[in-house]
Write a protein that binds this ligand. Structure first.
Ligand code: SPV
Ligand code: MN
Length: 611
């Protein structure tokens, strides 16, 4: 260790951690990636400030006009998750649900080749995080090695600092670790060797290697990379790792707070459901769920920040997020546009002075221009985003954000996106039916992956992209979890949502209508409303929604006609969906799907056909 080029008092920091595995990992990383020097970070404000400054100095971020605001650009072909080159290293022929896998040693070899000397002349930045609140049953420690100050800066905002956690690990070998390198960057400081972009997940050693990329979904250790490792861990144990937000809701003029977790594929309204005006936000992306000693389902946000889609965020549709983005505080934009005054703009931001030219995710941008493939370049990338700390939000749940016990979750939402099939909101008829609701989520489109085609795609519990264990195993784990909760008499209710029903004139709902659906679900948890049972789920009564619309939107009149159009049971469409789902869960291909889910599909089909 004495011979490594460790900067400043880095050796002292490592001595404080006093962990052999950490040292070995650093040594290995140094040997393979050959950086000029090594920067070890602790949780001190001084180190955090240094990273902020270096992200600017290295050109990975640019200052904008508002205090604390910066913008980062990813390479034009690197602005979303790369599914093709994300692979699970597999020692045996196991199923990975369409996620690519590669033979363990072949993959490791390829990765080591790609990462060999990749940090030449650069600084290797080492930082420590705690996924989940410190000192809690949820905590998963994580060690990040990267050569990107933007990645480190983002993680400092999005994750709880873990230097202290590493000083008191119960098991010194129990942590996730990550190697990341942005690889060679050009004068715009974006990754160039995209053909060598790889993200390889090693569930045996709880580690991930990621190279030649910058987009957070590919690069950030703690985000989707750790998610995959935690899914593997939870599904080999008795807890759940989910692609879920956690938020608390209170009835209009009511005092109680009821917590929900919700899984939605990208661009299906997840962040905006978590941040509905009046909500108390705990998390917007990833949750660990467990059953506590009292037999209740508890959840925590493994993050402490938001990496949210910014397109369509405007004062009318997303007032909470917009006001957070517009105020001066530490905030990183990615792949948006700025004008000569360094003001930030994005698609549908609702600002009046939209520029006709500026710098954006393409580079120098002019309205109407096309890229090399003749695609019109919009003002901002569809997957352009903002990064901020939850504690900076007005509606942050300050009391519970870092609660080591998590919050008791009373309800679950599964949200999809289709124009003509699922109700805006419905409640499952049982836990098993609820698990099916999650298992049959479909989404019309997503911007967070690089594929171009727009079609309706299944997205099992919105976690399909990350599910490195077989579907059957994952769904069995959910059913087992529910059985334990039922036994304890504390089974949360499960709801399905779809904010995107359309007719020939457009959407049947405004973006903020989801508050009514959420408050109806909140009331159902407490027995405030009756519901009408239908084969595909229980739906609200018109009168209750009428009252809720009037309460939430200051006397807004909700007509019976609107209700009937929104809540009509689209039998044919739903039967088609069932057909698609039977293919997805074809027992000839998928061996271990719980029988309960086939029973639910059969039940719905029989009941629908009788109508
Ligand atoms: C998502 O796509 O679900 C995201 C963004 O939260 S990413 O970090 O790309 O996964
Ligand atoms: Mn996500």
């Amino acid at each position: 260790l004495q011979n490594l080029p460790i900067l400043g008092n880095g050796l002292d920091k490592l001595a404080k951690i006093n962990n052999k595995r950490v040292v070995n990992i650093l040594y290995d990383a140094f040997k393979h990636m050959n950086p000029r020097d090594i920067l070890i970070l602790d949780d001190s404000p001084k180190d955090l400030e240094y990273v902020r400054q270096m992200a600017l100095r290295a050109g990975e971020e640019t200052k904008l006009s508002k205090n604390g605001h910066t913008v980062h650009y990813d390479s034009y072909g690197d602005q979303a998750r790369d599914k093709k080159n994300t692979k699970v290293l597999m020692k045996y022929q196991e199923k990975t649900n369409g996620i690519n896998s590669i033979d363990y040693y072949k993959g490791l070899h390829e990765m080591m080749d790609i990462m060999n000397g990749i940090m030449k002349d650069k600084t290797m930045i080492v930082s420590f995080y705690s996924l989940g609140p410190e000192n809690s049953i949820f905590t998963r420690p994580a060690l990040q090695i990267t050569d990107s100050y933007y990645v480190t800066h983002s993680e400092q905002m999005l994750y709880r600092q873990g230097f202290k956690e590493f000083q008191k690990l119960k098991d010194p070998n129990e942590f996730y670790y990550f190697w990341h390198s942005q690889g060679y960057v050009d004068d715009k400081k974006v990754s160039v060797n995209l053909d060598k972009r790889r993200i390889y997940i090693d569930p045996y050693e709880n580690r991930v290697f990621s190279a030649n990329n910058q987009y957070a979904g590919n690069s950030l250790a703690c985000k989707k990379l750790a998610l995959r490792l935690a899914i593997n861990e939870a599904n080999n144990s008795d807890w759940l790792t989910e692609h879920m937000f956690i938020a608390g809701y209170s009835p209009v003029n009511g005092k109680r707070t009821t917590y929900f977790a919700g899984a939605y594929p990208s661009a299906c309204g997840k962040t905006s459901t978590a941040m509905i005006p009046g909500s108390k936000i705990v998390g917007d992306d990833i949750a660990y769920l467990r059953i506590n000693e009292a037999g209740k389902m508890v959840g925590c946000n493994i993050e402490q920040g938001v990496f949210g889609i910014i397109g369509g965020v405007n004062p009318e549709d997303d007032p909470e997020i917009f006001s957070a983005i517009e105020s001066e505080r530490e905030l990183i934009f990615s792949n948006i546009c700025y004008d000569e005054k360094k003001e930030a703009f994005w698609k549908d931001c609702g600002k009046e002075n939209m520029p006709k030219e500026g710098i954006n995710h393409y580079g120098q941008w002019k309205e109407g221009m096309t890229d090399g493939e003749n695609n019109k370049v919009p003002i901002s990338h569809k997957n352009s985003r903002f990064t901020l700390r939850i504690s900076d939000l007005k509606n942050a749940d300050k009391e519970n954000l870092h609660n080591p016990d998590g919050v008791v979750i009373s309800g679950i939402f599964y949200g999809g996106r289709d124009p003509d099939t699922n109700y805006p909101v419905s409640e499952s008829l049982s836990w098993e039916h609820g698990v099916l609701m999650g298992a049959i989520i479909e989404s019309e489109t997503t911007f967070a992956t690089l594929e171009k085609k727009v079609s309706i795609k299944p997205s099992i519990m919105a976690i399909g992209d990350f599910l490195i264990v077989p579907k059957g195993k994952y769904l069995q784990n959910h059913l087992k979890f529910g059985k334990r909760l039922k036994k304890a008499g504390n089974c949360p209710k499960i709801f399905s949502t779809n904010y995107f029903l359309k007719n020939e004139k457009g959407y049947l709902n405004t973006k903020l209508d989801k508050k009514v659906w959420v408050l109806w679900a909140e009331g159902r948890v407490h027995g405030d409303y009756e519901a009408i049972a239908t084969p595909t789920g229980s739906i609200p009564k018109y009168e209750d929604l009428k009252t809720l619309f009037a309460q939430v939107f200051d006397g807004r009149v909700y007509t019976r006609k609107e209700y009937e159009e929104q809540f009509s049971l689209r039998v044919k469409k739903y039967l088609n969906k069932i057909k698609r789902m039977r293919k997805l869960y074809d027992p000839k291909i998928e061996k271990d799907i719980p029988i309960e889910l086939y029973h639910e599909l059969d039940r719905i089909e029989i009941q629908l056909k009788k109508l």
